[in-house]
Design a protein around this ligand. Structure first.
Ligand code: UT7
Length: 312
């Protein structure tokens, strides 16, 4: 038993923070940021605009796109690392915002930048077990909660936003969420983590080195498992952390530039929202088309990493 994608939606805050805006408030340059990361701008949530606000808009848009209501959804899973409240989950809050009345289950997964892959992995398992008919997967982050404007090495890297996809049970194993793999190595905790005062602690160069090997490894594993190569995949949509990481990993796997989806220039790193925002952007703009095969590897704090194979 498998699934198929029946709707998607996204939300990006109105405020755009450019590299030049950073030049005005810290010791950095547009040239450094573009050369080292490929980022030009990112969206910043307004004061008081929280993960749940962004998640609820993305969820509503996904429901409208699918032409269904919230009570047609049987489960909500939200990938987020940056909620305003410790409890309840953002998933449950979204149910409330959208007026759900069916008592359907909802929960969050906290997998940092790999969070959406973890959510896809859970959904694939539920579909395989025949447990739920329609599952909404949200990725929503307010990474600006963690930005330390005194630390130029991390402040410029992150942005806010939310995306949602709705998958429906299908008897075909070749559509929707076809395969997933997720991994974690807690011994590498020190490389990238949140601090007790809600800041980001990251060893950038070490994280970079891990990202350029672990993401392609997970992607390669998924392709071998499915018996396919880069030639069979329409698009690789890597976690949008850094353009150099994206090109290096996708290149090693044999993907030509024209099959690599890049949104890091516009959204920067939105952690658990990164992949679903990239996919929504590409669908909205006719870049990725219905029926195409997507390989989506991700990597992040934990360390965590993984990949998903999705037929749109
Ligand atoms: O999504 C989760 C996973 N996260 C990642 O994948 C991030 C992985 N790491 C990276 O993307 C890169 O390591 C960074 C973009 C964070 C940094 O790039 P880098 O090429 O590794 O630079 P670096 O940390 O080695 O720093 C090089 C220089 C340093 O100056 P000195 O010591 O050579 O004088 C930094 O102080 O760049 C300096 N620097 C900056 N300069 C201008 C660091 N941040 C900035 C900045 N503007 N914003």
């Amino acid at each position: 038993m498998g699934s198929r994608l029946i709707g998607y939606g996204s939300y990006l805050p109105e405020k755009i923070m450019t590299n030049h805006d950073f030049e005005r408030i810290m010791d950095t340059t547009d040239e450094w940021i573009v050369q080292r990361t490929g980022m030009h701008e990112r969206h910043f949530a307004a004061d008081g605009e929280e993960v749940v606000d962004m998640a609820a808009v993305a969820a509503r848009r996904a429901l409208d796109n699918a032409g269904i209501g919230i009570d047609d959804i049987d489960m909500v899973i939200c990938a987020t690392t940056s909620p305003e409240l410790d409890f309840p989950s953002v998933g449950v809050q979204v149910l409330g915002r959208l007026g759900a009345s069916k008592n359907q289950p909802a929960f969050d997964v906290r997998g940092a930048c790999t969070g959406y892959i973890y959510a896809l992995h859970c959904a694939r398992g539920f579909f395989a077990a025949g447990m739920h008919r329609r599952i909404m997967l949200i990725g929503a982050e307010k990474m600006t909660r963690f930005i330390d404007f005194n630390d130029r090495s991390t402040a410029v890297l992150f942005g806010d936003g939310a995306g949602a996809m709705i998958f429906e049970h299908s008897s075909s194993g070749y559509s929707g969420i076809i395969d997933t793999v997720v991994m974690a190595d807690g011994r590498e905790f020190d490389m990238l983590h949140g601090t007790p005062d809600h800041k980001i602690a990251m060893n950038g160069p070490e994280t970079y080195k891990k990202a350029v090997t672990l993401m392609p490894d997970a992607a390669q594993y998924i392709m071998e498992h499915a018996g396919i190569t880069a030639d069979n995949v329409d698009w690789i949509v890597p976690h949008q952390a850094n353009l150099r990481i994206i090109h290096s990993g996708a290149g090693r796997l044999g993907f030509p530039l024209e099959k690599i989806l890049v949104t890091v220039d516009k959204h920067a790193n939105t952690s658990g929202a990164s992949g679903v925002l990239a996919l929504s952007y590409a669908l909205d703009n006719g870049i990725i088309k219905k029926g195409q095969l997507i390989l989506y590897p991700a990597f992040g704090s934990g360390l965590t990493w993984g990949a998903a194979l999705i037929r749109m």
